[in-house]
Each structure stands twice: as C-alpha cells, then as structure tokens.
Design a protein around this ligand. Structure first.
Ligand code: SAM
Ligand code: SF4
Length: 473
C-alpha cells in the first residue's frame, strides 16, 4: 500500500496502519547509494527541503566510511545553520513505576519480582520538584509506568503541583509527559493542565518484533499505541513526541518508520512531532532482551545524523542513557535537547548521596553528571545551554518548524531566550568558574544579534541582575 495524504485525511481509531513494512523494506533493499546521490540529498537537506523516504533509504545505504563521514558532516552543518550552538536542558522525574505490562526490556515490567514498586505521594513529589528547582531545572518530563493508578486526572494533578512549587527563585515552567497512551478524553484533561509535549515511543515499528517483546498487558496492542498521538491531536494536543527504542529490531527499519510516522502526522494535522527520541536499550533489572539488533556506537551516530538530515525541523532528544563522551560527540550531529543531572530511581533527587540501584530504576543511566557539570562542559565546548520555555507559553506551537522556516526566528526568539535563561541560571545557581564562562558566552552570543536586539537583551539581563525573573520574548 502506498501512502497518499488523502488516505489519512480523517483519522480515527480504526484507521489503517500507516506503517507499511513491505514499502519500507522495498526502499531499503532497492535503493543504491552513490556519492553523487548522497551529496545531492545532503544539499537538498541543507537547502531546507524535507527528504522523501527514498532519499532517507539512500542515506541509510551509504556504507562507505567516507560517505558516512559526509553524512555526519552534513548533519553537523545543518545543525549549525538551523539551530546554532544552543542546547536545551531538561530533567526526567519518575513519578511511579507500577506497571501492568510486560515489556521484556524494561525493569518496571509487571513480571519483574525484584522491582521495588513506588509511587511518589504529594509530599515526596514536592520534595523532588524542590530539589530539581534548587539545581536550576526549569523543564521537566514526568515519567510513569502503565497502571490504572496513573489516570489522566492523577497525572494532571502532578502537573499542577509541578507548576505550583516555587523554591527560592526556582520554578518549573514546562512539564512534559511520558506515560501510557490515552483516550482522546484523557489527552484533553492533560491539555487542560497545561502540559508541554506528550511522548509515546512506539519502541519498535516492526509488528512481529513488537509482538515478541510485549508479552502481556495493554501495550501488546501495536495499533492502539501507533495511533495514540493521533488521538492526542484530536484532543487538540498538538505537541507530541515520537521515538523508537533502538536495539529491538533493525535500526534501518526504525529510522524509516520514524520518518514515516513524522510524514503521517504532518499530512494529517499539518504539524509533525515536536521531538524524536532514540533511546538505545540499556541494562535493566532482570533484563530479558537479546542482542541480535544491538546498535553499535558507530551506527548510532550514523542514524542520528540521518534523522537530522531527514527531518531538519524536528527537535531531537538524547538522554543520559548514553555516556558523556559519546553524548558530546552526538550532540554535534543535530541533537537539540539533552537531560542533565538525571536520576531515575524514584525519589532520588531529594536524596543527598548517590545510590544507584537497578531494582529501583527502569534501566541503567551512563551519564550521571550533575546539571552544573553539564552546563560547565557545554560552555567549555562553546555551546549555549538554554532553559527556554517561551514558545509554548507564548502560544507559538510547532516552534521547531518555525525555527527552521521563519527567517530570523532564532535571532529574534531562541538565542535571546537562551541568553536570558542562562543569565538567570548564573545568577541563581552557578559557581564562580561557571559564572565566568557563562557571562563570557553571553557576551559572545549577544554579538551575533542585531543592534536593536542586543540593546533589548542587555536591558533585560540588567533587570535579571537586579532580581527580576522569567523575562522572555
Ligand atoms: N510506561 C510508559 C510506556 O511504556 O510508554 C512510559 C514509558 S517508559 C517509562 C519510557 C521509555 O523508556 C520507554 O518507552 C522505552 O522506550 C524506554 N526504555 C524501557 N526500557 C529501557 C531500557 N532497558 N533501556 C533503555 N530505554 C528503555
Ligand atoms: Fe511498563 Fe512502560 Fe516499562 Fe513497558 S516500558 S514495562 S509499559 S514502564
């Protein structure tokens, strides 16, 4: 079955799957990669045109190391041109790990007898949020297992708490959600509570592989999950995040399917996913997962670069599942958001000492640097850490598309807001050395703005130094 936008004009819960495995495999098997073709595709992407599935398959088929380097270099250039040196920071907050499903790769699965089950109560939730605010966090993603306890109303109440807690100058300004797929009504409840992005990862887009890893519970329903973000769109929640868990099936197939999912959302709702995530399987309590489809670091870098070129206007998230050195490299290929100061054991932000326990977390993280260390190192690498939450609060949704397509958008909004949020961070949380680096970076980046904007940003930074907070464009 070939995709035509018309086929999906009126999506409903019974719609035909838009993932056509035969079509995807046909592209992968029958598309040859020559250096001329690869260069033309990279240039198309650099000219800010979206790529077709056939072109993505061509990039995937470039196995020659020299061509892979060209793809990575293309992604690096695109990232520089489109997003500049900004990197947005957030933290995950695990609220509850009760789970009725059995995903064989996940430490939270119902059948894992070793898992220590916990759901944060109101006081614990507040303590966690306070601890996160004390570190300077402004953007959270609340994470849940799939369980009847974690109803839309329960999650909405958590979201309201997160926005309400104010510790010192700290506050949470954007709350995203990673939880089980919902009915349309459930998404409405969350929209009402003011969430940012709702993320659902398909894990694997390959139906047969999906069946093998999802052993029992509601998550066994591939189609219900695949259409979950269509329901979000129908509820008016147009800010959604997709993802695949790399290591479950062939990475080439998953990359094609992520692009296909993006096309589907764009064709049906005129807005693609806000973000794409590409977690790689990590060790988990009682992990039951083969390594047949293990994705090497080299292939991981390659697939991130290909995704960047394929969907230039979509945010890309790289988490602390990956180790520091690899993260530093991968950021260059087009990642726009990373988590910092991450702890995934329930209730651990409020605990003072480090105490990693696989039975309390979902999987093992490999970058346990504090937020302050990450900021310091980003500055060292000439990156601009940002806690910006402005677009969504100003009603500019679909912002990544705007960043990409509206001339001057980055200079008018993204860079100034990054500078203001960094200035706040320095004033409230940074040590002396980081502060010095930070002010230097601010000065340097102000220089990239036009004169009027330079003056305006300087005025606002003056106000921040005088104690005002939450200034943004
Ligand atoms: N329970 C909800 C669900 O399944 O959609 C929320 C998601 S789960 C808490 C967050 C994501 O972590 C999953 O969607 C999956 O992609 C990822 N994940 C699960 N086990 C993992 C592992 N062993 N290593 C890396 N990522 C994992
Ligand atoms: Fe439960 Fe989600 Fe883990 Fe699956 S991935 S076992 S649904 S928490």
């Amino acid at each position: 079955m070939k995709f035509t936008p018309e086929t999906y004009k009126v999506p409903d819960r019974a719609m035909t799957s838009f993932i056509d495995e035969e079509e995807i495999w046909n592209y992968i098997t029958n598309t040859a990669a020559t250096s001329e073709k690869i260069r033309a595709i990279i240039n198309k992407s650099l000219a800010k045109q979206r790529l077709t599935l056939e072109e993505v398959a061509t990039l995937i088929n470039a196995d020659d190391p020299a061509l892979i380097d060209e793809i990575k270099e293309g992604a690096r250039q695109l990232k520089q041109q489109v997003y500049g040196n900004r990197i947005v920071l957030f933290a995950p907050l695990y609220v509850g790990n009760k789970c009725a499903n059995n995903c064989s790769y996940c430490g939270f699965r119902a059948g894992n007898q070793h898992a220590v089950r916990k759901t944060l109560n109101d006081d614990e939730l507040v303590s966690e949020i306070e601890a996160l605010e004390e570190n300077g966090q402004k953007r959270l993603i609340l994470v849940y297992g799939e369980h009847r306890t974690y109803s839309p109303e329960f999650i909405a109440a958590n979201v309201r708490t997160a926005y309400a807690v104010k510790k010192g100058n700290g506050e949470i300004r954007r709350v995203n959600i990673n939880a089980a797929p919902m009915e349309i009504e459930g998404y409405r409840v969350l929209k009402e509570a003011g969430i940012g992005t709702f993320q659902v990862f398909q894990e694997t887009y390959h139906r047969e592989a999906y069946k093998q890893y999802h052993l029992s519970g509601k998550k066994t329903d591939y189609d219900y999950r695949l259409t979950s973000l269509d329901r979000a769109q129908e509820a008016g929640l147009d800010d959604v995040g997709i993802g695949a868990l790399f290591g479950l099936y062939d990475w080439r197939f998953e990359v094609m399917a992520l692009v296909r999912h993006t096309n589907h959302l764009e064709a049906c709702y005129n807005v693609g996913p806000h973000t794409i995530s590409f977690p790689r399987i990590k060790d988990a309590s009682g992990l039951m997962s083969g390594d047949k489809y293990f994705v090497s670091d080299e292939d991981f870098a390659r697939l991130i670069a290909i995704l960047r070129l394929a969907v230039p206007y979509t945010g890309m998230i790289l988490t602390a599942r990956e180790p520091e050195t690899l993260r530093n490299e991968l950021i260059q290929y087009g990642v726009s958001q990373i988590d910092g100061g991450t702890k995934i054991e329930l209730g651990s932000y409020a605990e003072k000492e480090k105490n990693e326990n696989l039975d309390k977390g979902q999987f093992k993280i490999n970058d346990d640097r504090a937020l302050s260390e990450i900021i310091d190192e980003l500055l060292e690498q000439d990156m601009l850490p940002s806690f910006c939450t402005s677009c969504y609060r100003r009603g500019r949704t679909g912002e990544h598309f705007m960043e990409f397509s509206v001339p001057g958008f980055i200079k008018r909004f993204c860079t100034p807001n990054a500078l203001l949020t960094l200035a706040e961070y320095i004033e409230d949380y940074a040590g002396e050395k980081t502060a010095q680096k930070g002010w230097k970076a601010i000065e340097k980046n102000i220089g990239t703005l036009d004169e009027k904007m330079q003056q305006s940003v300087r005025e606002k930074i003056g106000k921040i130094r005088d104690g005002e907070r939450d200034l943004y464009y």
